[in-house]
Design a binder for this molecule. Structure first.
Ligand SMILES: N[C@@H](CCC(=O)N[C@@H](CS)C(=O)NCC(=O)O)C(=O)O
Length: 217
């Protein structure tokens, strides 16, 4: 069993959960973070001194396995230990190509969304939201989505015609983007890709999580 600590409403936890489900791995998830607490306890901090979620312990790898944190490192580990071609290719150059788009999803796309767009919209009262700044942030973010849109004109998924780790790191952001009460640019291929993800049971179960619990914290 792979143990995962982290609330289901955390984007970084969602990546790990979706990855576990795609790889068909047995897991147990424990709520932690924000209103659930746990991540500020000594026990938790001894596993992950950052006090962030997610943290995992891979019980399938044996007893006394070192806890892992940083969602990017976790999904790469899971893909390397349990994934197969084409999800996580064995050929290093093909793997690096998947990894490039996965890293892009996490570093260039997710960071342009969660901090500048998602949190201000879900947490600010209407009177307190800086709408000009939000508009600028949405433009910057959608400029990144436009890169994916051109790519998806010729591919079903981000890298090619098969689901890869890159889709996990990029695609999880889209649920929040499409569910949030903001004006969106028309990006036909990204919309079609999002519909493809929405039809996937693992995406429905682990990513399409209502985020209302975050509005009041
Ligand atoms: N770079 C880290 C970031 C972890 C992180 O900041 N997680 C957030 C949730 S997405 C967190 O722990 N927030 C505090 C909390 O939920 O209590 C990762 O990718 O795992």
């Amino acid at each position: 069993m792979i143990k995962v600590w982290g609330r289901a409403s955390s984007a970084n936890v969602q990546c790990v959960m979706w990855c576990l489900a795609e790889l068909d791995l047995p897991f147990e998830r424990f709520d932690a973070g924000l209103m659930y607490g746990v991540n500020n306890t000594d026990d938790y901090l001894s596993m992950n001194p950052n006090g962030t979620v997610p943290t995992i312990v891979d019980g399938l790898a044996g007893d006394n396995t070192e806890p892992l944190w940083e969602s990017g490192a976790i999904v790469r580990y899971l893909a390397s230990a349990y994934g197969e071609d084409p999800f996580w290719p064995s050929d290093l150059l093909r793997r690096a190509n998947v990894d490039r788009w996965a890293e892009w999803g996490k570093v260039s796309v997710q960071t342009n969304f969660n901090g500048p767009i998602f949190w201000p919209v879900v947490r600010s009262p209407a009177s307190g939201l800086d709408r000009e700044q939000l508009k600028k942030s949405i433009t910057l973010f959608e400029n990144k989505l436009a890169i994916a849109d051109s790519r998806l004109a010729n591919h079903t998924y981000l890298v090619g015609d098969d689901l890869t780790l890159a889709d996990i790191q990029f695609g999880h952001i889209l649920y929040r983007y499409f569910a949030l009460e903001i004006d969106r640019r028309s990006l036909t291929n990204v919309s079609r890709y999002y519909q493809t993800l929405c039809a996937m049971p693992a995406y429905q179960q682990h990513v399409m999580i209502n985020f209302d619990e975050l509005r009041s914290v």
